[in-house]
Ligand binder design. Structure first.
Ligand code: TGC
Ligand code: FAD
Length: 388
């Protein structure tokens, strides 16, 4: 007996409900029809086609795990499975959906006023308005507590000054959630595109996540009314709580990238003949395939387990770190190993593993680097925070 899909090895699908499987299949069909035929070209050109936002809105994946305001209110596991299929297409596509739904929309959904929710969430769920989330700065990435961006009161208004760096969707966004230091601690602000003093720049020459737009946000004395402040966000804990949402999607997403690499390598190994035999028949190739299948299936099991904890409302931030650290690390190792199975063919965009590996280098770094997640787990185990 041979399995037709690497995740069939442990019957991961058997852990899912009919509804979850249906959502997964719907997203997989979208990726097969709308993404796979074009993604290598997008990656090469360094573009993310804006019209995809509307299509992703119609598909129902933007903010799909949120309730109300045009959002579907699915389970966390269903959201994770959507991320898995999107990232099997490309990490850039999953990034778009993560930032839109789990960072930009979630920050408004969780911390915004009713007026802010009504104004932005339905349009963002439909993909008519694109959001971004500005936490990282040129000099403060892992350590956002020390951010320099300042918001100062001026009568009833706020004046924001600072720079945010490496912001996914930054230069194509209609609305930016920007985090700034105030004299009372960190606060969040909604900055619409076109606000005087607010400009963006697209970051070029990336070797990773090329099918995703990454930008810089420049705030030069941007005047905002107090109604632009997210009233529920009262400390650094607010942006960090948004990160839990996006990190959760990555736990599933990375598994999708790994699955796509392994499928590609399996197909290739069964058809590529050297020394008069398919290379899949050599023990060294089988060792690679078996090790990767074990790692991929255990990553998927971990993702589903953490998804069930999230649906039960008991998922802890350090558990998210376990999932993000393990699954991204494993997916990156799988992508690199699959590339070796493809030989020289593996270095072109005709096959996905090296594109996934390059993307996963960013995924390893953003949403908390592997070192930061290691320290989060270390703190959970020992009680000692070792960041500073
Ligand atoms: P620390 O003193 O530990 O915490 C400050 C307050 O925040 C609370 N907190 C959290 N709350 C919810 N969820 C979490 N994960 C939380 N982590 C901490 C904490 O309890 C505390 O609350 P309170 O009430 O006591 O004030 O903060 P610290 O300055 O020591 O830093 C801790 C550390 C290093 C873990 C944190 O700064 C961190 O996670 N750094 C990594 C930064 C990061 O991940 N940036 C990501 C930017 S967004 C992005 O990359 C998007 S890419 C998206 C894409 O394209 O897909
Ligand atoms: P640094 O924090 O300078 O870290 C450099 C190295 O030092 C890393 O290896 C790190 O692990 C290590 N290090 C740092 N502190 C410690 C420590 N205490 N102990 C041990 N090692 C340590 N940010 C946003 O806000 N919004 C976005 O939408 C967004 N999108 C992104 C998209 C892409 C493609 C990329 C690449 C990044 C994006 N980021 C975004 C930024 C991302 O979150 C940061 O890059 C990340 O948090 C790391 O920050 P840094 O790059 O400044 O690295």
């Amino acid at each position: 007996m041979t399995v037709t899909d690497p995740l069939e090895l442990l019957d991961i699908a058997g852990l899912l409900s009919d509804e979850e499987r249906q959502i997964q299949e719907t997203v997989a069909r979208f990726v097969a029809d709308r993404v796979r035929p074009h993604v290598a070209d997008w990656f090469e050109a360094g573009t993310f086609p804006r019209e995809l936002a509307l299509e992703l809105g119609k598909l129902g994946v933007l903010g799909m795990h949120l309730d109300g305001y045009g959002c579907a209110g699915t389970s966390a596991v269903a959201y994770g499975l959507a991320c898995l299929e999107l990232e099997a297409g490309d990490s850039g596509l999953r990034s778009f959906v993560s930032v839109q739904g789990s960072l930009a929309m979630f920050s408004i959904w969780k911390y915004g006023s009713e007026q802010q929710k009504l104004e932005w969430l339905p349009r963002m769920a439909a993909g008519e308005a694109i959001g971004c989330f500005g936490l990282t700065e040129p000099d403060f990435g892992s350590d956002p507590a020390n951010m320099r961006t300042r918001a100062v009161r001026d009568g009833d208004d706020w004046i924001l000054t600072g720079t945010k760096m490496w912001i996914t969707n930054g230069s194509i966004a209609d609305i930016a959630t920007v985090w700034a230091q105030t004299e009372d601690g960190v606060r969040g602000f909604l900055v619409p595109k076109g606000t005087p003093g607010f400009t963006t720049r697209t970051i070029k020459q990336k070797l990773s996540l090329r099918a995703s737009i990454t930008g810089e946000l420049i705030l030069d004395e941007v005047r905002l009314p107090d109604s632009a402040r997210l009233p529920g966000a009262r400390s650094l804990g607010a942006p960090l709580s948004c990160l839990n949402e996006a990190r959760f999607g990555i736990i599933f997403g990375a598994t999708g990238a790994g699955r796509d690499c392994l499928r590609t390598a399996l197909d290739y190994a069964n058809t590529r003949v050297q020394f008069d035999r398919p290379i899949a028949a050599f023990q060294l190739t089988q060792e690679k395939l078996a090790n990767m299948a074990v790692d991929l299936n255990t990553a998927a099991l971990l993702a589903v387990h953490l998804g069930r904890l999230k649906d039960a409302g008991t998922l802890k931030p350090h558990q998210v770190s376990v999932g993000k650290l393990n699954n991204v690390r494993k997916a990156l190792a799988i992508a690199r190993e699959c590339r070796t199975i493809l030989g020289a063919s593996g270095v072109t965009l005709e096959y996905s593993p090296l594109r996934h590996a390059n993307n996963l280098e960013s995924v390893l770094t953003y949403e908390g680097t592997s070192e930061i997640h290691t320290l989060v787990i270390g703190q959970a185990l020992t009680g000692h925070p070792a960041y500073r």
